[in-house]
Design a protein around this ligand. Structure first.
Ligand SMILES: Nc1nc2c(ncn2[C@@H]2O[C@@H]3COP(=O)(O)O[C@H]4[C@@H](O)[C@H](n5cnc6c(=O)[nH]c(N)nc65)O[C@@H]4COP(=O)(O)O[C@H]3[C@H]2O)c(=O)[nH]1
Length: 954
């Protein structure tokens, strides 16, 4: 009897049926072996470890279903293999990626305890195994989820998975190894081995085939009873038919899916390639072959570096490398020159799944982004342009969203408001830059215009632009960061998005502050005197017109006062213009403070001030004039100087003196002139007599011009005599005469001041000097005694800078030695600017010309100046001479003047000597010379010559 230990749990080879009986392919094989050899066989079925233990304990002679392993070979001898058994790794269908021993690492593998695969796995370094007592337990454990990977011989695996209805949940991942069933005997038991061999070789092929058909088909355990065979076949047929339908359906679905996929692919506009890691083209899909770097037939098999420019190829290869590492690569771009232009492409690369050992391939989508690039570039250019416009704009640009939150704040706006963009972006403008009261006023105006309430805030600024769609422009107060208030011109327009919806607002701003200041300054300059800040002639003119119109409407009176500083020129000449200016400023202040707010104090230039007093009659004007005299009288403290300066005022009244600015000005000016004539520091109303006088002055001025041209002027000569000792003719005073054809004889005392004022005096003066000098030379040549000729110099002539040169030139031209000329200068002219007078006198004296002070005693000569005047003689004014007999004061003045002159080393000449008494007095007092009607009136040249020849030729 042969005892055989066998695994009783290795279906369909060996297993137990429901009643525990051993059955299966090997059970039937051993039965055949028994018959062939006649040796009874006792099959001891047990779990595999018990079977091995029985063999090791020599309880049995044969161990069946044994794999040959090196360990077992030490104890056992093995028959030839009779059944190849693949041993595989099974994985739950949710697990992918286990394809070999390498990828199995790390997984918990379920195995049957004592199974040969344990050794195989251990040899591969996999020891994370979970042992199960039996194959059933192992498969049950897998079905219940205790292990998701297990190692099992394929036949029992298929059998047990099927039984557990779990074949769809588990996949064979890979075959771990292929084992083979052997029958083993104790080491050296060759007899048993031979017996085994013999018995099994006697089993015929037919018997073998029958056994296999019986056990290797559908597991017998599912249809243990033959009476169910028909049902099984029927079920099998049904399953087959269903399978067929399923396959057909599957094919159709696959076809449909494939078509759909192809349609989808065709719809993709991008280029698609399958590339190897080296960039070799293995496949392509392109709806546009014109976008390929090479013709399609050339492309396949080539590498990107063969067909693309180096830069583009490098981008492709780096995308492949990235996909190799991370599985994908997105967004790499390159430019490609193609036949019809340069194109930009963007790559999306995905690594294709591949079996171990297979070449790694990549799906590459290359998208034509040329248009996108162009748009991007255009956008960039537009953004750059926008940025540069914003940056370089001279004006401020502020953009907001619909709610008024600032989105753009350009450098121009930064300069205007002093904020930087970061500080204001995201904030609303009203809280930053605007005056609340002004916003409130704008909101109120808008509310009224629109008929609904407009909020005092951002809406007030934009509502007009929003409702009209037009640019809304206004000038507003702006508040800078430093709190300074400025003036800004703001233009607001609405911004719309692509759909035409309101997107926000755009404000452009111009800082008007400087402009406004300049405007104000121009206004000031145009209307105000820059020195005193008082209204100037232009503004005065406007105000007079305005006040006159009002006075006319209201039947009111109005006064215009001309005011002039007395001898202001002296201040300027002696102390300088700066002091003079300060004096004018102080005077302006005093005038301004002296009158009502309604009144206008203006400065026309120099020391001329004009006051406009609306609603003022003669009494009021007199009152104001008195007040002005009072307020201007106190000394002016300027630097170290204390100046006393009086004023003269002339008053004209509306409507009595005129109804225009020009007429009233003329009257007031005339009245002022009269005030000056009356001794200054006084006011004077314009009168009818003045009116007449001014009319005559105008007439004389006009006639004088004509007289100069027509040679109506003549010179008369009045003889002058020495009074001391023998009476001698010593000279003649040249006196102007104007015999007007209609007006008759006009006195030089009347027309000389007019000639001075209108500038004619210079040409008249030249004619007088030249005529007198020439006459003197002619007389000398004619044998008349060599006497001097005295010529009167007006103030205007005396102030001429080139006076000495002018006199000298005439003397030279008319060939008269300078010693025969004497220039008469009035005391007031000499004292007007004494320092300048001293200088001029010095120069004339050096030229040899004599000087005399005319009308001496009428001015207020300062003794200190008088002694410095380089004059030859003092001429005692005829007003003193006239009253010598009647007025003891005049006699005293004349006597004092003679004494003073002699003390200063000067001579004296008395004019207007009309009587012997006067002459006697003058002689008694030692007056050196005299002239007057007593001796001779002024005579025309021929008479003068006759007069001399008659009695005065020596
Ligand atoms: N009552 C009276 N008068 C006498 C007597 N003897 C002479 N006269 C007048 O007294 C004036 C003397 O001239 P004046 O004081 O320089 O005063 C001059 C002088 O200031 C000015 N004048 C005359 N000719 C010229 C001139 O050529 N140039 C300038 N700048 N002024 C002149 O006009 C003034 C008036 O000149 P006339 O009318 O010619 O008046 C002259 C003369 O005719 C007399 O016995 N009794």
């Amino acid at each position: 009897m042969l005892r055989v230990a066998i695994d009783d749990n290795y279906p369909p080879y060996v297993f137990r049926d429901g009643s525990g009986r051993l059955m299966g392919y090997l059970v039937d094989s051993w039965k055949l072996w028994e018959r062939k050899t006649g040796v009874r066989v006792e099959l001891l079925g047990s779990d595999w470890s018990t079977a091995q233990q029985r063999m090791a304990n020599r309880e049995v002679e044969v161990l069946d279903t044994a794999f040959r392993t090196p360990e077992r070979e030490r104890l056992l001898d093995f028959s030839a293999p009779y059944e190849p058994i693949p041993v595989s790794i099974y994985t739950h269908s949710s697990i992918g990626g286990i394809v070999d021993l390498d990828t199995l690492h790390g997984f918990l593998v379920g195995v049957k305890a004592g199974d040969a695969c344990v050794e195989e796995l251990a040899a591969a370094g996999i020891d994370t195994v979970q042992l199960f007592a039996s194959y059933q337990a192992l498969v049950r454990g897998a079905v219940e989820g205790r292990v998701r990977v297990f190692c099992l011989d394929e036949p029992p695996a298929n059998y047990l998975l099927y039984l557990n209805s779990a074949e769809q949940w588990f996949n064979k991942a890979f075959t771990l190894y292929s084992g083979e069933f052997h029958r083993a005997v104790h080491k050296g038991d060759a007899a048993t081995l031979a017996l085994l061999q013999r018995g099994f070789t006697e089993i015929t092929a037919g018997e073998e085939k029958a056994l296999r058909e019986k056990w290797m088909g559908i597991p017998f355990a599912l249809s243990p009873h033959t009476r169910y065979l028909g049902y099984a076949l029927l079920v099998g047929s049904l399953v087959g038919a269903l399978l067929l339908i399923w396959v057909v359906t599957l094919r159709r679905v696959v076809r449909q899916r494939t078509a759909k996929l192809e349609a989808t692919l065709a719809a993709i506009p991008d280029l698609m390639f399958e590339l190897g890691l080296d960039g070799r083209y293995h496949d392509y899909h392109s709806p546009r072959t014109d976008l390929l770097a090479a013709p399609p037939e050339v492309l396949l098999g080539k590498r990107v570096s063969d067909v693309l420019p180096p830069d583009a190829a490098a981008v492709c290869l780096s995308a492949l490398q990235e996909a190799l590492t991370t599985g994908h690569s997105v967004g790499r771009q390159f430019e490609l020159p193609l036949a019809h232009g340069r194109f930009w492409f963007e790559l999306s690369v995905a690594r294709k799944p591949a079996k171990v050992g297979d070449e790694t391939r990549f799906v590459v989508i290359s998208r034509d982004i040329t248009e996108r690039k162009r748009v991007e570039e255009a956008l960039r250019a537009s953004e750059a342009l926008k940025a540069s416009v914003l940056a370089s704009a001279a004006c401020g640009i502020v953009a907001t969203d619909r709610q008024g939150l600032i989105t753009v704040f350009n450098p121009g706006a930064e300069a205007i408001f002093g904020y930087c963009a970061d500080e204001v972006v995201g904030r609303v403008t009203p809280t930053l830059f605007h005056d609340h009261d002004e916003l409130a006023a704008i909101a109120e105006a808008q509310s009224e215009a629109l008929g609904y309430p407009v909020e005092v805030g951002f809406d007030a600024l934009v509502v007009r632009a929003r409702t009209t769609g037009a640019t809304d422009e206004r000038e507003m107060i702006g508040i800078r960061k430093d709190g300074r208030r400025i003036s800004v011109r703001i233009s607001v327009t609405v911004m719309c998005d692509a759909q035409g919806e309101l997107a926000g607002y755009l404000g452009t701003l111009i800082d008007m502050t400087e402009h406004k200041e300049a405007e104000a300054s121009i206004q000031r300059l145009a209307h105000f005197d820059s020195l005193t800040g008082l209204p100037n002639r232009t503004l005065l003119n406007e105000r007079v017109r305005h006040d006159l119109a009002r006075a006319h409407r209201g039947h009111e009176s109005l006064a215009l006062i001309f005011l002039d500083l007395d001898r202001f020129k002296n201040v300027n000449d002696s102390l300088g213009h700066r002091i003079g200016d300060d004096l004018l400023v102080q005077l302006a202040g005093r005038l301004k403070r002296a009158v009502r707010d309604d009144d206008t104090v203006s400065r026309l230039g120099g020391d001329e001030f004009v006051l406009l007093l609306p609603n003022t009659d003669a009494d009021g004007a007199a009152h104001v004039a008195t007040k002005l005299l009072e307020v201007t009288a106190p000394p002016y403290c300027i630097e170290q100087h204390e100046l006393v300066c009086t004023v003269s005022l002339g008053i004209a009244l509306y409507p009595a003196d005129g109804d225009t600015f020009e007429a009233l000005s003329r009257c007031a000016d005339t009245a002022m002139y009269r005030a000056k004539q009356r001794g200054r520091n006084a006011y004077c109303f314009f009168t009818a007599e003045m009116q007449e006088r001014s009319t005559r002055m105008l007439q004389i001025e006009n006639e004088l011009r004509r007289a100069v041209v027509h040679g109506e002027l003549r010179l008369h000569y009045q003889p002058q005599f020495a009074l001391v000792g023998r009476r001698r003719l010593i000279g003649a005073e040249a006196l102007l005469r104007w015999q007007h054809p209609e007006l008759g004889m006009i006195s030089p005392a009347e027309f000389i001041p007019i000639a001075e004022e209108c500038g004619l005096i210079l040409s008249i003066g030249e004619w007088v000097l030249r005529t007198a000098v020439l006459q003197m030379r002619l007389w000398q040549q004619a044998g008349l005694p060599p006497i001097t000729v005295a010529v009167n110099l007006s103030a205007v002539q005396f102030r001429q800078a080139n006076l000495t040169e002018w006199v000298s030139r005439i003397l030279d031209e008319e060939e008269l030695p300078a010693e025969y000329l004497e220039l008469e200068l009035t005391e007031s002219v000499a004292m007007d600017n004494p320092l300048a007078a001293i200088e001029t006198m010095d120069r004339l004296r050096r030229r040899g010309v004599r000087m005399s002070i005319d009308d001496f005693g009428t001015g207020y000569s300062s003794m200190s100046y008088l002694k410095r005047f380089r004059v030859h003689k003092l001429k005692i004014d005829r007003s003193f001479v006239a009253d010598l007999a009647a007025d003891p004061d005049d006699a005293a003045i004349v006597a004092a003047t003679i004494g003073l002159a002699h003390n200063l080393g000067l001579q004296t000449i008395a004019e207007g000597v009309e009587s012997e008494a006067q002459l006697a007095f003058l002689c008694a007092k030692g007056c050196d010379e005299g002239q007057g009607y007593l001796f001779s009136p002024p005579l025309p040249a021929p008479q003068f010559e006759a007069f001399v020849r008659d009695g005065w030729l020596v």
